[in-house]
Design a protein around this ligand. Structure first.
Ligand SMILES: [Zn+2]
Length: 384
């Protein structure tokens, strides 16, 4: 593992990112993607191979540098990453490889949501998952995050919490803290369902509702990302009423708690969201009405985002994926009604990879930060 500090050029960083996202890739495929001439690719790849950032392999095993059939890949010896998702009731943590594939994972319930307790919990989980040597830590949570400071996280009742600094001091590792829908979007863009797609939207529906936009190959970030600015958009003026007296807003038609409450009221007994969907599936008309109404609202919400952002590709994540499947016809009818006859069809992919999708998303942000650091500061020397 070579130099103490190899600072990457923009072209070298582009090569690393392309190999990370799309690799392993043959030299021919890399030249086509990046528009490099053969000599340039060889020149750019050499220091990366010598520094142990990339490795060169061919199907028959490792060969000397320079063979056309040879494929370049990211070196998994670079290290692992810790991804953490904090919810109001639990901490999910994963240790991943450099492509955000989960190697080890752990879930713990939160006894209380005081910041010190949560930081302590994360430190214990990092120890449990053997993450001491990780190249970085990514943390995602619902709320507004700026420069590692949680400005406002309603589910945790946190205001102005310097979580990034606290975790950095505790874990002695680089830490990135972001809004969870932003981390999820980064993961979908680099390693997920929309890998390499330059423009798409992510819609996350669960206990809360969020969405984010990827345009020109970048996640659009705003100081207000995660502020819940679409929570009270009206989707159905004839719908039920939220706590702010809006009729048929996003929060009252799409969140899991609101849907469960409405089905529970309709049938006269307390049901969870999953039980509510199950009851509708079993043919209960009262449950079916609620689920169909929420399905139409989901279709309208997706179409509304498509109409104002001009994006047609979507990833839908969270528990709302089940609503999308269960009320598919209603979702599609609502989309069609809001899009007009001559518009492009919307392509909605449901990310149903489960709850770990969030912690993986956080890990993806730490991986991106590591690559960015290679350009700004270079590859750190051997530890110790
Ligand atoms: Zn409302």
């Amino acid at each position: 593992m070579g130099q103490d500090c190899l600072v990457l050029s923009i072209s070298e960083a582009a090569l690393v990112r392309t190999v990370l996202i799309h690799g392993p890739l043959s030299r021919a495929a890399l030249m086509e993607r990046l528009g490099f001439a053969p000599a340039s690719l060889t020149r750019l790849a050499r220091p990366l191979l010598e520094a142990g950032i990339l490795v060169a392999e061919s199907p028959g095993g490792r060969r000397p540098v320079g063979r056309p059939a040879q494929r370049l890949d990211i070196s998994h010896e670079l290290g692992t990453v810790l991804g953490v998702k904090i919810t109001s009731s639990s901490v999910d943590a994963v240790v991943t490889d450099m492509r955000a594939s989960v190697l080890r994972s752990a879930v713990r319930s939160l006894a209380d949501t005081r910041v010190e307790s949560v930081v302590g919990q994360i430190a214990e989980m990092a120890h449990q998952l053997d993450a001491a040597g990780a190249i970085g830590v990514g943390v995602g949570l619902g709320g507004v995050v700026r420069d590692g400071v949680v400005i406002h996280a309603p589910f945790l009742d946190w205001y102005g919490v310097p979580l990034g600094r606290m975790l950095r001091d505790t874990l002695k590792l680089p830490v990135s803290v972001e809004n969870d829908v932003i981390t999820l979007s980064e993961a979908e863009r680099w390693f997920g369902l929309r890998r390499g797609v330059p423009g798409f939207s992510v819609v996350a529906v669960g206990e809360g509702v969020g969405h984010s936009l990827v345009a020109h190959g970048q996640v659009v970030r705003s100081p207000d990302s995660g502020a819940g600015l679409s929570d009270h958009l009206i989707l159905d003026p004839g719908g039920p009423t939220c706590e702010h007296h809006h009729r048929g807003c996003v929060s009252v038609l799409l969140t899991t708690t609101a849907i469960a409450r409405q089905v529970s009221q309709a049938v006269g007994r307390a049901l969870t969201y999953e039980e509510s969907l199950e009851l509708a599936r079993s043919g209960d008309l009262r449950a079916r009405q609620v689920i169909d109404r929420s399905g139409r609202a989901l279709g309208r919400f997706i179409a509304l985002i498509a109409n104002v952002t001009s994006q047609t590709q979507f990833v839908l994540a969270g528990e709302g994926g089940a609503l999308f499947h269960d009320a598919h016809h209603q979702v599609q009818l609502a989309i069609a009604g809001a899009r007009g006859r001559w518009t492009s069809p919307l392509d909605v992919q449901v990310d149903d990879s489960g709850y770990q999708v969030w912690a993986r998303g956080a890990a993806a942000v730490a991986i991106q930060r590591f690559v960015d650091q290679l350009v700004e500061r270079g590859l750190p020397g051997p530890k110790g």
